[in-house]
Design a protein around this ligand. Structure first.
Ligand code: 13P
Ligand code: MG
Ligand code: MG
Length: 387
């Protein structure tokens, strides 16, 4: 049976800052989606990571189905009305356009979708991240799908031995999204050369080489600043990974995420801090909004989802979180000095950009002539645009 898994998430408002959605808003989103079970949808699961509501849906209509996307859009719209009525912060934050136009991509919500022939014991992980950008998945997915130091299945399992194909998107290309397709392990160094730049090059999907029609991973690649032209909150990407048998095992994703790699995001979307694996339905951290990621393990049969396993909730992850917290605390000690803050090109706040432009005019060249070249403006950032 061909099944589509659609994961669509949005921040439509949160309590007392960028923390978590209210139970009432979450209930509206859940009810709207659950209502479609048995008709448009086969199954659905709704949860939140930080201030983002994540709708995980299964159906048979393929990726980019306008009815499924509209269902998600309407659920977020109705949730936003409640969020406004409750005075929640950033009500409707990720709904950047007024009208639905066939697909949520380009409208604000993040989406990752995958259509595949369901295996008899289909196993998959749904990742949901808050306070970070799509490139946050680059390193963990690279390690899980291309590095036998982390992913022993690449050595031990005959069906993983041929490696995987990486589809990598240039998310800042001026003429639209460009994609390059590179096979691992042959092009490993080229893949690494791109993926190290997490602001520009993002894993969009990963495919099996032994079974080329089998997709392993789909990542939400949209960057809100490119849609809105200014800072409106961080992208907070979702991702789907099929696991086991011809793909890496669930536990081979653990150590790559336990690294707590430094990623862009956190407070005002303008800093670097380590990515902390957290249980689902965790509020964003008061400690500088440290970037966080949750992972839901599902079994699926005929599109029906099992109760999820909360993959970053077992006792081991307390220790990981303590270590990630220690990394975050150390980084925060250097305050606004790079790399604690992002480089100029990635700064999300217009205020500092305007400040730097003003300062630029005060520079004089040593021989007495005034004015250097303008320092340049990151895409569309003007004035102070606090999320
Ligand atoms: P979100 O993108 O999760 O809303 O966070 C925005 C922010 O600026 C937090 O400091
Ligand atoms: Mg928010
Ligand atoms: Mg968020």
């Amino acid at each position: 049976m061909r099944i589509t898994v659609s994961v669509i998430k949005a921040d439509i408002g949160s309590i007392g800052g960028h923390t978590l959605p209210s139970p009432e808003v979450l209930a509206i989103a859940r009810e709207r989606v659950e209502r479609a079970k048995g008709s448009l949808l086969i199954d659905a699961f709704v949860c939140h990571t930080g201030d983002d509501i994540c709708l995980s849906m299964t159906h048979t209509h393929g990726v980019d189905d306008s009815r499924v996307h509209e269902l998600a859009w309407q659920a977020f719209r109705e949730g936003t009305e409640k969020a406004k009525a409750q005075g929640l912060y950033g009500a409707g934050q990720d709904l950047l356009k007024d009208a639905f136009s066939g697909n949520v991509r380009g409208l604000g919500p993040a989406s990752a979708e995958m259509e595949f022939e369901e295996r008899p014991n289909e196993a998959l992980i749904i990742f949901a991240a808050d306070k970070t950008e799509p490139g946050a998945y680059n390193l963990p997915l690279y390690l899980a799908f291309a590095d036998p130091m982390y992913s022993p299945g690449l050595l031990l399992s005959e069906s993983l031995h041929d490696g995987f194909t990486f589809h990598i998107m240039d998310v800042n290309h001026t003429e639209g999204d460009r994609v390059i397709v590179l096979p691992a392990p042959e092009r490993l160094y080229d893949i690494a050369a791109l993926l190290r730049d997490t602001h520009q090059y993002v894993i969009e999907s990963i495919w099996s080489r032994r079974h080329p029609s089998e997709q392993a991973v789909a990542v939400a690649t949209s960057r809100l600043r490119n849609i809105a032209g200014r800072y409106v909150g961080k992208d907070d990407p979702v991702a789907i990974a099929r696991v086991q048998k011809i793909f890496p095992a669930t536990e081979e994703f653990g150590p790559p995420f336990a690294l707590g790699a430094f990623v862009a995001g956190d407070t005002r979307g303008s800093h670097n801090l380590p990515l902390m694996p957290v249980p689902i339905n965790t509020s964003a951290s008061t400690f500088f909004c440290v970037p966080m990621v949750s992972a839901l393990g599902f079994s699926m049969h005929n599109g029906i989802l099992s109760t999820p396993a909360d993959l970053f909730a077992d006792p081991f992850w307390h220790h990981v979180r303590d270590r990630v917290a220690a990394k975050a605390i150390e980084m925060r000690k250097q305050g606004f000095f790079e790399p604690a803050t992002l480089p100029y090109s990635e700064l999300e706040y217009g205020g500092i950009v305007v400040r730097l432009q003003r300062l630029d005019r005060e520079f004089t060249i040593r021989d007495g002539k005034a004015e250097g070249a303008p320092v340049g403006t990151p895409a569309g950032v003007e004035g102070d645009n606090p999320a």
